[in-house]
Design a protein around this ligand. Structure first.
Ligand code: NAD
Ligand code: UDP
Ligand code: UDP
Length: 311
């Protein structure tokens, strides 16, 4: 049985990944400092005899014995990663060094959950993996974007310098159950506002676009990446290429919830990317992966989840 370490395992994506790994017959060691992770996310996993939970901050060294590592620890929403930006950079950079050091000592495979934010406010569209990005290094989003870019640098240097078995996926916006209600992300905000008949807060004019992937699809892609042959490092984009504007999203959420909410336009945050859409040709050809869940279907499940936690 494979013993798999998931850092950030109590978070939104991590909790789904831990569940998938348990279902695939892995033993799972979930490491989390509970900065943005929640006990409720992993509550049902505590019943699995192969699930183990360790409260630990990965900016400190970690000495455990495992067979592979998924490195997901890092707050992902702007509200949370900007709350303590220095800690955000430390988590991405020092955390990556520690997890890479652990993988190096054990000579094991390690996957990095990178992000579409490495492309910043992109000047090519859709974004292919060979695009180097357009990131403001000193802006309020830099702690996350540059931290994640540096983590990728470290992964590729451990690969070149130490022949480490690395995998890097660049995750695009993802949504679904276990998203935190208070993380300020657009899907959770809009659904909660709609369910409470409160104004839907659109930042800017709502013309900016995103491409949202349902969490089950995303986890499937990440898992497939981990199964690829040694030497295939990525980075590989994982996301749903179906692109829509925030105004369209607001209208869809209002329609699905039957809400009486009005739209309220608010100032656009600094450095907010105007457009984002993954080119997923690599994921299709190398991982034999593509998303299956349509926006409406995924939103319905997410609305059900938020109804269940607010009631
Ligand atoms: P999340 O905030 O729900 O989960 C992150 C988890 O990491 C939390 O449980 C948190 O407590 C934990 N954590 C944070 N700092 C830590 C530290 N120093 N030591 C140990 N644990 C720590 O976010 P998420 O959406 O589940 O994102 C998971 C990963 O995927 C992140 O690395 C994020 O950058 C990446 N990602 C997510 C998205 C998305 O749309 N959700 C998009 C791109 C990339
Ligand atoms: N490390 C860890 N667990 C291990 C091995 C290493 O947390 O099982 C950390 C350790 O703190 C070290 C970092 O990983 O600083 C990088 O390790 P590496 O061997 O690459 O570098 P070095 O130990 O030479 O600094
Ligand atoms: N956004 C919005 N209203 C909200 C929250 C976010 O209009 O209540 C916008 C935000 O400005 C951005 C998009 O929705 O253009 C996606 O924001 P999110 O924080 O979810 O993701 P990211 O900006 O990291 O892609």
């Amino acid at each position: 049985m494979k013993r798999t370490l998931v850092t950030g395992g109590a978070g939104f994506l991590g909790s789904h990944l831990c569940k998938k790994l348990l279902q695939e017959g892995h033993e799972v060691l979930c490491v989390d400092n509970f900065f943005t992770g929640r006990r409720e996310n992993i509550h049902e996993l505590l019943d699995y005899k192969n699930f183990e939970l360790l409260r630990h901050d990965i900016t400190f060294p970690l000495y455990v014995e495992v067979d592979e590592i998924y490195n997901l620890a890092c707050p992902a929403s702007p509200v949370h990663y900007q709350f303590d930006p220095v800690q955000t950079t430390k988590t991405s950079v020092v955390g990556a060094i520690n997890m890479l050091g652990l993988a190096k000592r054990l000579k094991i495979r390690i996957l990095q959950a990178s992000t579409s934010e490495v492309y910043g406010d992109p000047s090519i569209h859709p974004q292919t993996e060979d695009y180097w990005g357009n990131v403001n290094p000193i802006g309020p989003r830099a702690c996350y974007d540059e931290g994640k870019r540096c983590a990728e640098t470290l992964f590729f240097d451990y690969f070149r310098q130490h022949n480490l078995d690395i995998k890097v996926v660049r995750i695009f916006n993802t949504y679904g159950p276990n998203m935190q209600p208070n993380d300020g992300r657009v899907v959770s905000n809009f659904i909660l506002q709609a369910l409470n008949n409160k104004p839907i807060t659109i930042f800017g004019d709502g013309a900016q676009t995103r491409s949202f992937c349902y969490v089950d699809d995303l986890i499937d892609g990440m898992y497939k990446m981990m199964q690829t042959e040694k030497g295939f490092t990525g980075p590989v984009n994982i996301g749903n290429p179906y692109e829509f504007s925030m105004l369209q999203l607001a209208e869809k959420v209002i329609e699905l919830t039957g809400s009486k909410s009005q739209i309220s336009f608010q100032p656009l945050p600094q450095d907010d990317p105007k457009q984002r859409q993954p080119d997923i040709n690599q994921a299709k050809s190398k991982l034999n992966w593509q998303p299956n869940v349509q926006l409406e279907e995924g939103l319905v499940k997410t609305v059900e989840y938020f109804k269940s936690i607010v009631s």
